[in-house]
Design a protein around this ligand. Structure first.
Ligand code: TXA
Ligand code: MG
Length: 320
C-alpha cells in the first residue's frame, strides 16, 4: 500500500516544493496540525474540502509568516485595536477575522466577505511559509467533525487513505505545544468578539484592548462552533463526581488531572498535572479511547479559568 511521506523537520525544501506544485502538506503548529494548500493553487484548495469531507461553505483559516504577508489579503481600514492584538499575541495561537480583500477567492472564505488570518508560532511552519512566500490555507488536518491532530502520526492515521502519496506530504514538527485550536477573534466591530476560546484568553485580550465580548453561538460559519465537533467514536461525558461512574456497564475510559483518583473499573487515559498539560494531552487521550475500542470516556475538566475555558468548550462539543 502506498503511504503518504512523513517529512523530517529539516526537509523544509521538499515541503515548500510540494506546496508550490499544488500538493497538500500537513503542517505542524503550536495549536494542532493543519492541512495546508497554497492560496494560489485553486485545485489544491478544493482538494482540502474533499480530503476532510468538509462542507465547502466552511471558511478556511489563512496562515502567514508575518503581518506583511497578511496585508494583501485583507481590506483596510482596520480597527485600531487589531494592531495592538497582533503585536501582543503573534506569532501565536490566535486567529483574526477581518474584512477580506477582493483578491482572495471565495473558495477559501466559504463565500463570506471576511477572512481568518493566523500567524502560527512554530519554527518549521514559519520557515515553510517564509520560503514559499505565499499564504497557506489550512484547516485542522483531521476528517470533518473528528478530533484534531496534535502529532504527525495522528495526521497519518486520519488521512493516509485519502492523501495522494505522489503529491502530498506530512511535515513532522513534533507534538503540538498547546494542543487546542487557536482562539478565534472577530475584529470587524468596535469591540473584538471571541468566537472560539483558546490559549489566548478573554482576560489576556481585555488587558490589551480594554473590552472584549465572548459569543456563545456565533451566527457566521465557525465550524468549530458547531454544537457537535471534536468527537471520537466513543461517547464522551463530562462528570463531576464518581457517583456518576459507579453504575456503568461498559468499558469506560477516564481523563482527569493527576490529583483526581481513577474510579474503579475505568481505564485511565491521561493524568496531566495541570490545565496546560491537560490541553496538550486531551486529543491524544480521546484518540486512545478509540484505539482501545472503549464505548465511553468520562472526563473531569479542570477549573473554568485560563485554558480551562477552552478545554471545557472542546470537551462539551465532543460530548454533544
Ligand atoms: O489552531 C487553529 O486554528 C488550527 C491550526 C491548523 O491553525 N486551525 C483550525 O482550523 O482549527 P479549522 O478549519 O479546523 O477551524 C477554523 C475555524 C473554522 O471553524 C472556520 O469556520 C473558522 O475558523 N473560520 C475561518 N475563517 C472564518 C471567517 N472568515 N469567518 C468566520 N469563521 C471563520
Ligand atoms: Mg477543525
Amino acid at each position: 500500500m502506498n503511504r503518504v511521506p512523513i517529512l523530517h523537520s529539516t526537509d523544509i525544501d521538499r515541503a515548500v516544493s510540494c506546496l508550490a506544485s499544488g500538493g497538500l502538506v500537513a503542517l505542524p503548529t503550536e495549536t494542532v496540525y493543519g492541512l495546508g494548500a497554497a492560496i494560489n493553487k485553486p485545485e489544491a484548495i478544493n482538494r482540502i474540502f474533499n480530503v476532510k469531507g468538509r462542507p465547502t461553505n466552511h471558511p478556511l483559516i489563512v496562515h502567514v509568516s508575518d503581518w506583511d504577508m497578511a496585508l494583501p489579503l485583507i481590506s483596510e481600514p482596520l480597527h485600531e485595536y487589531v494592531k495592538a492584538l497582533v503585536s501582543a499575541f503573534t506569532p501565536g495561537p490566535i486567529t483574526f477575522i477581518l474584512p477580506k480583500s477582493v483578491a482572495l477567492s471565495d473558495a477559501i472564505t466559504g463565500g463570506q466577505n471576511s477572512v481568518g488570518i493566523r500567524i502560527p508560532n512554530h519554527p518549521v511552519t514559519h520557515l515553510i511559509l517564509q520560503q514559499l512566500g505565499v499564504a497557506v490555507a489550512a484547516p485542522s488536518a483531521n476528517k470533518f467533525g473528528e478530533v484534531s491532530p496534535t502529532s504527525a502520526l495522528h495526521v497519518f492515521n486520519d488521512l493516509n487513505d485519502v492523501l495522494n502519496p505522489d503529491r502530498d506530504a506530512i511535515m513532522d514538527g513534533g507534538e503540538s505545544e498547546i494542543g487546542l485550536e487557536s482562539t478565534i477573534v472577530d475584529c470587524r466591530s468596535d469591540v473584538p468578539k471571541i468566537l472560539r476560546p483558546g490559549a489566548i484568553t478573554e482576560e489576556m485580550i481585555r488587558e490589551v484592548v480594554g473590552t472584549v465580548e465572548s459569543v456563545e453561538t456565533p451566527d457566521i460559519r465557525v465550524s468549530g462552533a458547531l454544537e457537535k465537533h471534536y468527537s471520537p467514536r466513543a461517547i464522551v461525558r463530562i462528570i463531576n463526581s464518581f457517583e456518576e461512574v459507579k453504575n456503568t456497564m461498559s468499558q469506560v475510559g477516564f481523563i482527569a488531572l493527576e490529583q483526581v483518583p481513577t474510579p474503579l473499573n475505568t481505564i485511565r487515559l491521561a493524568m496531566p498535572q495541570h490545565a496546560i498539560e491537560f490541553a496538550q494531552v486531551l486529543y491524544d487521550a480521546l484518540r486512545k479511547a478509540d484505539d482501545l475500542n472503549l464505548q465511553e470516556v468520562y472526563v473531569v475538566v479542570p477549573e473554568d479559568r485560563g485554558i480551562g475555558i477552552a478545554i471545557r468548550d472542546r470537551v462539551t462539543r465532543a460530548a454533544h
